[in-house]
Write a protein that binds this ligand. Structure first.
Ligand code: SF4
Ligand code: SF4
Length: 367
């Protein structure tokens, strides 16, 4: 089996390299990828409040921290740093718990002239509140020509979701939210999908999520739970990580390989390689300042997972903070990026070269 797989990887790598060379422009672009001064995406965890206590999250350490008001958010987003923003990822905490969430959407729509898309992530528990908020926000987005997409977190069916998310009734509620939105989707969102985060606990039941999603004809994207400094989950790593259970790691590795074969999505190949080698072969948009993170208490960061807080955008210009800490960005890249599993999309030419080299040395094949 290993021989057959190795042959496949080599063919894959060869084809990818050939494609990159063939698309000469893309190669040049990839090599010339430079650090930007104006990001096009904001990762916006909009609140520290959450009604869940998921096994892979440390948000409960932070629930007492203050969140930005809608007015403060508006003032921050009027900074020149955000003038080219096209996409805002709104998450948390649980965004729909925030009392002024509609006003926050209004603030974002007003402050960001080039905004094209919202990608909201929710645990889907507060069905009625979610429907109420979305039915108000959707027409506001339509007026501005902004797309509103919602992704709900479903890590398991029935009790697995409840256990994983640390809340009785978690599955029942998110299931109801999905059904209600699907019944009148146009009223609430442009796109609805599901995100499933895999740990050493739910990987054994992932096919149930697949079957549930297929039945509802809803797209599911899969991630693995790893350490994330922003949500202070380091003390839980041993309990949730697939790397602390060899059977779970192997199952996850096989799962992502099969997802790659099934969908052709390179991010799954990247995740498969990450699970196999604990190494990333893909670049990250945050390494080039294509994305910026704004925390619920006004701190600017280079990424939403490992970056330290760079400064408060309420006190100093976000542009100055973002562009005045580039030495730290280099440090971040040197210290963390190689072993980070987040935002793995397309393997880069450099990543493919590294993979081919590793493959040749055969240093990664597990015994
Ligand atoms: S993962 Fe999301 S839903 Fe779960 S506790 Fe953390 S913020 Fe809340
Ligand atoms: S630590 Fe991870 S998320 Fe942060 S810039 Fe590096 S690769 Fe991207």
């Amino acid at each position: 089996m290993r021989g057959k797989r190795t042959g496949y990887y080599l063919r894959y790598i060869k084809n990818r390299i050939r494609n990159i060379l063939w698309q000469g422009k893309r190669t040049v672009k990839e090599q010339k990828r430079v650090v930007r001064r104006y990001p096009t995406t904001i990762q916006l965890p909009i609140t520290y409040k959450c009604n869940f206590d998921c096994i892979m999250c440390g948000m409960h350490h932070m629930v007492t921290r203050k969140d930005l008001t809608a007015k403060e958010l508006f003032d921050i987003l009027c900074d020149p740093l955000f003038q080219k923003v096209e996409y805002i990822g709104v998450n948390g905490g649980e965004p729909f718990i925030k009392p002024d969430i509609v006003e926050c959407f209004e603030a974002m729509l007003q402050a960001c002239p080039n905004l094209k898309t919202f990608g909201v992530i929710s645990n889907g528990f507060f069905t009625q509140k979610i429907l109420d908020v979305l039915s108000q926000v959707k027409p506001l987005c339509e007026k501005k020509g902004v797309t509103l997409n919602l992704a709900l977190s479903v890590d398991g069916v029935g009790k697995i979701q409840d256990m994983h998310r640390g809340r009785e009734g978690a599955f029942e509620h998110v299931n109801e939210t999905v059904d209600k939105i699907l019944q009148e989707q146009k009223k609430y969102v442009d796109g609805l999908s599901v995100i499933c985060t895999l740990t050493r606990h739910n990987i054994f039941y992932v096919n149930e999520v697949e079957a549930w999603g297929n039945e509802k004809k809803i797209d599911i994207s899969y991630n693995i739970a790893t350490v994330n400094v922003r949500i202070e989950n380091e003390d839980r790593e041993a309990d949730f990580s697939v790397f602390s259970d060899e059977q779970a790691r192997m199952l996850a590795q096989e799962f992502f390989y099969s997802k790659y074969i099934q969908t052709g999505e390179e991010k799954y190949f990247g995740l498969f390689l990450y699970l196999r080698d604990r190494k990333r072969y893909a670049p990250c948009p945050c390494q080039y300042n294509e994305w910026v993170t704004l925390t619920p208490d006004s701190q600017i960061g280079y990424c939403a997972t490992h970056s330290r807080n760079l400064g408060s955008a309420l006190e100093t210009s976000a542009y100055e903070i973002f562009n005045g800490n580039l030495d730290y960005l280099e440090e971040l890249k040197k210290d963390y990026c190689k072993s980070c599993s987040h935002y793995l999309y397309e393997l880069s030419a450099e990543g493919l070269k590294q993979l081919a080299e590793d493959q040749r040395k055969n240093i990664f094949v597990r015994g």
